[in-house]
Design a protein around this ligand. Structure first.
Ligand code: FES
Length: 108
């Protein structure tokens, strides 16, 4: 399969330790900057499909916290790190070219 990258924003729109909600093909995607690296994960929780919108206040130590039941996920791997979430969420490839952020939503 060929990866198709979509330009989503300028890197300067992402501050260290914060997230940004974007949409790609109608699907919610979360961008997060952690230790200077931009990551992208799906915008829906694996526990009960809670939306991560507004997750900005729930991002700490490289983990996003679902606002609904407070399950947590590693932003790098998508792995669930706190109950009640147990299944991982999808992570997406990110590349940065000339300060622009591109995301490939093809699942890894
Ligand atoms: S919907 Fe996210 S922890 Fe329940």
């Amino acid at each position: 399969m060929i990866s198709e990258y979509v330009k989503v924003c300028h890197e300067s729109e992402l501050s260290e330790g914060t997230t940004k909600v974007i949409e790609i093909d109608g699907d919610s995607v979360i961008l997060a900057k952690h230790d200077g690296v931009v990551y992208a994960v799906e915008g829906y929780c694996s526990h009960d499909s809670g939306e991560f919108k507004g997750v900005d206040n729930h991002f700490c130590d490289g983990q996003i916290e679902c606002p609904r039941h407070h399950g947590r996920f590693d932003i790098k791997t998508g792995e669930a790190t706190r109950m009640p979430a147990v299944a991982p969420i999808s992570t997406y490839d990110v590349k940065i070219e000339n300060g622009e952020v591109f995301v490939s939503i093809e699942e890894r």
